[in-house]
Design a protein around this ligand. Structure first.
Ligand code: HEC
Length: 125
């Protein structure tokens, strides 16, 4: 009887921690579950943009949606990298009503996206 109670308590705790990590993932957790090989950060950024389907809303390079969200080809002319980092960490913490979802990106994913965006920015000058 006592043993089954403690198993139940353990299971409930595991579910609570699971839901917490899923709904409100802390940075250290995102960084450990979504590592990125940054030897070629531009190529990594390029594939992350594809993976998360950023083009559903944004124009990136020649492709993407021109109507729903700002063109990302020249975003670095409008925003500095600190602001873009904060935005990508959690868009709603900056603009409560934004359409952009929180993708729960890890720090290396954000660095890779920034590298790719800065290359695009130089091309569109
Ligand atoms: C569902 C649509 C949607 C998706 C998908 C989306 N975004 Fe956005 N994003 C927006 C909107 C809309 C804005 C403009 C801010 C606003 O109006 O709320 C924005 C703003 C931005 C900005 C700031 C641009 C500026 O000029 O203000 C960056 C950078 C950005 N998004 C990057 C990304 C990246 C990287 C991805 C993929 C990981 C992505 N977005 C996916 C809708 C989206």
């Amino acid at each position: 009887m006592r043993r089954s109670k403690s198993i139940l308590a353990l299971a409930v705790t595991a579910v609570i921690i699971g839901v917490w990590l899923w709904q409100f993932p802390p940075r250290w957790w995102l960084n450990s579950i979504k590592p990125v090989d940054l030897t070629d950060p531009v190529a990594a950024g390029k594939s992350i943009i594809v993976k998360y389907e950023c083009r559903e809303c944004h124009l990136v390079g020649e492709d993407g949606n021109r109507l729903r969200a700002p063109d990302l080809n020249n975003v670095m002319d409008r925003l500095d990298s600190v602001s873009i980092r904060l935005w990508l960490q959690n868009p709603r913490s900056i603009r409560w009503k934004t359409l952009m979802p929180n993708f729960h990106l890890s720090d290396p994913e954000i660095e890779a996206i920034l590298s790719y965006l800065s290359v695009l920015n130089n091309q569109s000058d």
